[in-house]
Design a protein around this ligand. Structure first.
Ligand code: 5GP
Length: 222
């Protein structure tokens, strides 16, 4: 048997944490908090054909591209998944995802339900979280309070929300965002539970039996 000091803790496979929510459910705020607490999360920067909003930075929030470029990339198999959301195209570039997962990094995806369903078929090992608003009435109130959408857009988003929530039965975790702190605690619990899944570190039991010593550096919290 090798010396315990020669062995290291077997690496864990990265968690693909996919978070879906209707617009107005609070997803952006919760994702920001999660990335602050776990800065080593790889983040998938999507391509989109919608125009940038004020404050949004090309290459950080999204890669903002034309419809023509999007269609050419889609035809070339550039995207791991793609979907039309609120009349615009969105897609996850395949290569950065493959590279980060190959390094064993945890990754965060902020995509819609159609895209999440495609990812689940094409990439194994995701943890899928769906975030609900407490009620349709509260969702409508939040969308109006944002003041960024006109009445037609709010109506479209509410219809989309209803559709997404009806399709959310296959997710691994459901979180209701009534109280932001509580929703955040539940989201980080869902992530941490996924990191503990034995399927992400199948050789752990054997290596403990054969003797490795725990060492620092397996926790990526700030
Ligand atoms: P927004 O335009 O408000 O940033 O995003 C609108 C919706 O598109 C959100 O639900 C967001 O999660 C989703 N979305 C963003 N990027 C992608 C992507 O790459 N693929 C898919 N399927 N949906 C995305």
């Amino acid at each position: 048997m090798p010396e315990a000091s020669q062995l290291s803790c077997p690496p864990r496979a990265g968690v693909m944490l996919v978070i879906c929510a209707p617009s107005g459910a609070g997803k952006t705020t919760l994702i920001r908090r999660l990335r602050e607490e776990f800065p080593c999360f790889g983040y998938s920067v999507s391509c989109t054909t919608r125009a940038p909003r004020p404050q949004e930075v090309d290459g950080e929030d999204y890669h903002f591209i034309s419809e023509e470029t999007f269609c050419a990339r889609r035809a070339a198999g550039f995207f791991a998944e793609c979907a039309t959301v609120h009349g615009h195209f969105y897609g996850t570039p395949r290569e950065p995802v493959r590279a980060m997962l190959a390094q064993g990094r945890d990754m965060l995806f902020d995509i819609d339900v159609q895209g999440a369903a495609q990812l689940r078929l094409s990439l194994v090992g995701g943890a899928y979280v769906f975030l609900f608003p407490p009620s349709m009435r509260e969702l409508e109130r939040r969308l109006r309070a944002r003041g960024t959408e006109d009445a037609a857009s709010i109506r479209r988003r509410l219809e989309g929300a209803e559709r997404e929530m009806r399709e959310a039965h296959w997710f691994d975790a459901w979180i209701v965002n009534e109280d932001l702190d509580r929703a955040y605690d539940e989201l980080r619990a869902a992530f941490l539970a996924a990191t503990l899944d034995p399927r992400r570190r199948p050789s752990l039991a054997t290596s403990i039996v054969e003797g490795w010593e725990p060492h620092a550096g397996t926790d990526c919290r700030s």
